[in-house]
Design a protein around this ligand. Structure first.
Ligand code: FAD
Ligand code: NAI
Length: 465
């Protein structure tokens, strides 16, 4: 057998790659991880999940103090925005967590190969002019912003920006136009609306948040409008004209009709992300991409090329950090000869707006395509904790198979929906019926009781409506 420098060489240190590298090392495999960024943690820790949540959290406090949320509870304050400090705490959060991964690499004896990696052959990779051989190579190169044809993103100038530029604005724009009413557009649009921007979201489809349950999508639109966002649904952008520090966005109805222009100080392009495969040298190992530019793998995350594996945003499935992390664990365990499995039917998704929007499993529409279903719904307005906390918006919806009662999907809009959805994912992982959830004792008063009552509504009646 050939001698290799490493048992495992992971390309990319995002949540997929760094988790795969640490687990491989924990399992006794000699491991390296190549990363071209100056810090570890990938998109998620550097310019994604973590900095966006730092700004969402801080701006939520500002909004609560600025609007009537605190006043309703007898707290009268007039907040003053110190954006520099808000941005500094975002940077601190990123620094702390990316530094934490560097510490974990050292602790677990994972070698960080600094630079962008390129295949020479299936077992040889070049990083910064040096070559390294490995018995197994894991591609975890993640994704980057999908550009809008004809629209140039310039984060330094700060007029037409992507999510990275939108995180780093040094002043609150008076008018912000968000192109794409998906997760990034709504989260970062919410940040800048809360801090004072007039935000217009232009979405090509008839509803926000494609992929989510239709009831949730419709309710989300109502809530965002109530919060003061202007939504232009079923609308396409035909051009963005930048003059100095101002932009004019030309839009027209997606199905045809009169064109109009919208003025903006900042335009956020958030129309999706695409896998990072350019420059990897995949042609050298004979690995082809599918039509969406992704690397296909089998259930074990092995590609068609012996010894080459792939995980995270670069392979099919939702582009989510926790999905990448679970695949990272599984691929390392499979390489070590164990059985690493990810159940792709039960991956929760959360939009961290206020209220939060979360779901796991099938939408009602998708479930109905497969067979007969029963649906139970419960409004947050009737949940004692949400009502007491002045958080009336949203609902929980449980979708179960009409014959077996097995839970097929759970959808929530609630202030803490991201936390609530974990119990639904766990119940589904254990093959729970709606009755199992309905008969599980939930602590009172908690928002999670709304999941119990929605489950009660599947076969019978909840108590509180
Ligand atoms: P990435 O995190 O993209 O990491 C890949 C790494 O590989 C990068 O650091 C890159 O520099 C490196 N790389 C690429 N090519 C090479 C090469 N040739 N050699 C060496 N290194 C290379 N997901 C959530 O679940 N929750 C959230 O709240 C959330 N918020 C987000 C907010 C924003 C603004 C964005 C943009 C994304 C967000 N995501 C969120 C998505 C999440 O960031 C991704 O799903 C996740 O980071 C994917 O992990 P990954 O390991 O596959 O790839
Ligand atoms: P997205 O896929 O969530 O949304 C893109 C939206 O843009 C869609 O609604 C789409 O219909 C619309 N669109 C596409 N082309 C358009 C056009 N020309 N004009 C107008 N609208 C157009 O993508 P987004 O928001 O860029 O996020 C990328 C990925 O990052 C997400 O898929 C998600 O997986 C991940 N992410 C996850 C977060 C979370 O888990 N909380 C937070 C942020 C990002």
């Amino acid at each position: 057998m050939a001698d290799y420098d490493y048992d495992v060489l992971v390309i990319g240190a995002g949540p997929g790659g760094y988790v795969a590298a640490i687990r491989a090392a924990q399992l006794g495999l000699k491991t390296a991880c190549a990363e071209g960024r100056a810090t570890l943690g990938g998109t998620c820790l550097n310019v994604g999940c973590i900095p966006s949540k730092a700004l969402l959290h801080a701006s939520e406090y500002f909004d609560a103090a600025n609007g009537d949320t605190m006043a309703k509870m007898g707290i009268k304050v007039k907040p003053e925005l110190d954006l520099d400090t808000m941005q500094d705490q975002r940077k601190d959060a990123v620094k702390g967590l990316t530094g934490g991964i560097e510490f974990l690499f050292k602790k677990n004896k994972v070698d960080w190969l600094k630079g962008y990696a390129q295949f020479k052959d299936a077992h040889t990779v070049e990083v910064d002019g040096k070559t390294y051989s490995a018995k197994n190579v894991v591609i975890a190169t993640g994704s980057s912003v999908t550009p809008l044809p004809g629209v140039e993103i310039d984060n330094d100038k700060g007029v037409v920006v992507d999510s990275t530029g939108a995180l780093e604005l040094s002043s609150v724009p008076k008018k912000m136009v968000v192109i794409g009413g998906g997760v990034i557009g709504l989260e970062l649009g919410s940040v800048w609306r809360r801090l004072g921007a007039e935000v217009t979201v232009v979405e090509f489809l008839d509803q926000l948040l494609p992929g989510m349950d239709m009831d949730v999508r419709k309710e989300a639109s109502k809530i965002f409008k109530k919060q003061g966002m202007t939504l232009k649904l079923g609308t396409k952008v035909t051009g963005v004209d930048v003059k100095g520090k101002k932009a004019k966005i030309s839009v027209e109805p997606a199905k045809g009709g009169d064109a109009e222009t919208i003025d903006a100080d900042v335009v956020l392009v958030s129309i999706g992300r695409r896998p990072n495969t350019e420059g990897l040298g995949l042609d050298k190992i004979g690995l082809e991409l599918n039509q969406r530019g992704q690397i296909e793998t089998d259930h074990d995350f092995a590609t068609k090329v012996d010894g080459v594996w792939a995980i995270g945003d670069v392979i099919p499935g939702p582009m989510l950090a926790h999905k990448a992390e679970d695949e990272g664990l599984a691929v390392a365990e499979n390489i070590a000869g164990m059985t690493g499995i990810v159940n792709h039917d039960v991956i929760p998704g959360v939009v961290y707006t206020q209220p939060e929007i979360a779901g796991v499993g099938l939408t009602e529409e998708a479930a109905k395509e497969r067979g007969k279903v029963k649906v139970g719904k419960f409004p947050m307005l009737a949940n004692s904790r949400a009502k007491t906390n002045h958080e009336p918006d949203g609902f929980v919806k449980v979708i179960a198979d009409a014959e077996t009662d097995r839970v097929l999907g759970v959808w929530c809009i609630a202030s803490v929906a991201g936390t609530m959805i974990a119990q639904a994912a766990q119940a589904m992982e254990f093959g729970a019926t709606s009755e199992d959830i309905a008969y599980t004792c939930h602590a009172h008063p908690t928002h999670s009781e709304a999941i119990k009552e929605a489950a009660m509504a599947v076969t019978g009646k909840p108590i509180h409506i």
